[in-house]
Design a protein around this ligand. Structure first.
Ligand code: ATP
Ligand code: MN
Ligand code: MN
Length: 304
């Protein structure tokens, strides 16, 4: 190395056209990540992140004073919102103006608004009622080892494959993983939710010492919650490449299935992910939307 380059410049990295006020405001004191540092990070990941976040409703975790201060979840547009942030009107609730973005400037508008986590819906505004992705959220309880989480993710992958769906995995930036299957928008929210509940319930039934499918916390110690409830209208899951409002400025990262055993859920951060992406020869989520299949109605009465 030796030759440094200015952040958010060169190598095809887009340059946003958004004014940041207080660019030196520290969002992650422990990691030394500022508002400007977060904006530079998003410019570097935008090419990969953009297709997964544009034109869908977003819930934001906003932390105006950084991760050590007050925080709140927000899904509605607000007065004085940065003009680069877009809005969507929910057809089922037309008075509601929901937050969305159309481009990198919108994402940097969210950074300006101290959105330290970005959580999209599983359907886009092109078809609000028919999700274009499933997210199975694996939440390990206390005492669950990483190997068991990896095995749980592999089992979810297999069960999705049994239903004809290809799936992709990301580490959450927190404690678990998300197994994501792109869908052709065909089945409705209630159908998709029932399908996902079916997988979670089957895993809990087949291997009750490992998996639970209901949130009853007391039963979670030593087990993995297969949280299928991301898959209902209005629910969200953290976006691929979103930062997390947790110590170390971790990020949620798409990874290859073969990489998963060697990782931890918060392995990459705002500071370290760009170097991984520069070095990657193959995007582990390449062909994500191209591999989407419609969810077929599930056969009843299968044994097992
Ligand atoms: P981890 O790997 O640590 O579980 P996670 O992102 O999966 O990270 P969860 O606690 O499992 O975190 O939360 C699942 C999802 O629920 C979040 O990603 C978010 O989209 C949604 N969520 C969490 N808190 C709220 C909230 N207050 N309001 C609305 N949605 C929320
Ligand atoms: Mn989770
Ligand atoms: Mn969860």
């Amino acid at each position: 190395g030796g030759i440094s380059r200015p952040p958010a410049a060169g190598r095809g990295i887009p340059r946003p056209n958004v004014t940041l006020t207080h660019p030196d405001r520290v969002y992650w004191p422990d990691a030394g990540v500022t508002k400007e540092g977060l904006a530079d990070y998003y410019a570097q990941v935008w090419r990969r992140m953009g297709p997964l976040v544009v034109n869908r409703p977003l819930a934001l975790l906003r932390c105006p004073s950084g991760i050590t201060g007050q925080r709140f979840f927000q899904k509605h547009a607000w007065k004085g919102m940065n003009r680069n942030i877009a809005t969507l009107s929910d057809p089922k609730s037309p008075g509601d103006s929901l937050i969305s973005i159309s481009d990198l400037d919108g994402l940097i508008g969210l950074v300006q608004a101290a959105a330290l986590e970005i959580h999209p819906w599983g359907s886009s505004a092109e078809d609000w009622e028919r999700p274009d992705m499933i997210v199975m959220d694996l939440d390990p309880g206390d005492g669950v080892g990483w190997g068991a989480v990896v095995e749980g993710a592999a089992e979810v992958r297999q069960r999705l494959a049994d239903a004809g769906l290809e799936s992709f995995v990301k580490i959450s930036g927190g404690k678990g993983v998300h197994v994501t299957a792109p869908l052709k928008p065909h089945a409705t929210w209630p159908e998709v939710k029932a399908f996902c509940k079916g997988i979670a319930d089957a895993m809990a039934r087949d291997t009750p010492d490992r998996y639970v499918s209901t949130i009853a916390k007391a039963r979670r110690k030593g087990k993995i919650l297969i949280d299928y409830l991301r898959n209902q209208r209005g629910a969200t899951a953290v976006a691929a490449y979103s930062s997390r409002a947790r110590p170390g400025a971790p990020v949620s990262v798409p990874v290859g299935w073969d990489e998963l055993p060697e990782l931890t859920p918060d392995h990459f951060s705002v500071a370290t992910l760009p170097a991984r992406l520069d070095a990657l020869s193959h995007d582990p989520w390449e062909g994500f939307f191209k591999s989407a299949k419609p969810l077929r109605s599930q056969k009843k009465g299968r044994k097992g």
